[in-house]
Design a protein around this ligand. Structure first.
Ligand SMILES: [Zn+2]
Ligand SMILES: [Zn+2]
Length: 230
């Protein structure tokens, strides 16, 4: 599948059942998430489609350490030398390549089946070395400024990333947008996950990207407020 623009400067890379995003910045290219294993060709293809070369990928930021977000990371880093970033709570999972912490299915009818289908805690992926731990509230001097918001619940080391120049939120698996805006497949802690969804409601952004499902290009804040606002 070809790379598609979400907003100016941001492209979605479909990687099967999960998404990665590529940001074109003055400091080179930044990739958000790295899909399941063996999906690296989709990333290199997207980079070339946009007229760049893989060595222009400078930063690889993970929303969390699950296999569908870090799976192709080691192969991507080998080819590009990109610097890697992940919240400290998920670094051990990424650097060991599994096993992964258990998830309880989200509270909806389909989640138990889908969670079993797509999430295997004993899966092993190629380990990836993390260069820089992410912490809540920091502003990364990457692609013009990316704010890190710690949003645990689905995964203890889950972060949302707010790209300030384009007012786009990368929600990872805090939420999904597969059949409308909703929950991810599962949670380590549902209570923490709800608190994180409400935390995102308090932010102001225009566009949103998800680990799973379609991105939203306009008025995304309003959609989040309608879903999880009080
Ligand atoms: Zn996940
Ligand atoms: Zn995911």
């Amino acid at each position: 599948m070809a790379v598609k623009s979400v907003i100016k400067g941001v492209h979605i890379i479909p990687m099967g059942t999960s998404n990665a995003y590529l940001i074109e910045g003055d400091d080179g290219l930044t990739l958000i998430d790295a899909g399941f294993p063996s999906k690296e060709a989709a990333v290199f293809g997207a980079i070339r489609d946009l007229g760049h070369s893989p060595d222009q990928l400078k930063h690889l930021i993970f929303t969390h350490g699950h296999p569908d977000h870090i799976g192709s990371a080691a192969a991507i880093v080998r080819e590009t030398g990109a610097r890697t970033y992940l919240h400290s709570l998920d670094i051990p999972m990424a650097q060991s390549g599994g096993p992964f912490r258990l998830l309880k299915p989200a509270p909806n009818l389909l989640a138990p089946v889908l969670c079993n289908l797509f999430f295997h805690p004993n899966e092993r992926v190629e380990p990836v070395t993390i260069d820089q731990p992410l912490t809540d509230g920091e502003l990364l001097p990457v692609a013009g400024g990316i704010e890190v918001i710690h949003t645990p619940g689905h995964c203890a080391g889950q972060v949302a990333l707010l790209w300030r120049p384009g007012r786009m939120l990368f929600a990872g698996d805090v939420a999904s947008n597969v059949m409308g805006l909703g929950d991810p497949l599962g949670f380590e802690s549902l209570e923490d996950g709800r608190a994180s969804q409400r935390k995102l409601v308090s932010l102001s952004f225009d566009a949103a990207g998800f680990g799973h499902g379609k991105p939203i290009a306009h008025d995304a804040s309003t959609r989040f407020r309608n879903k999880w606002g009080i």
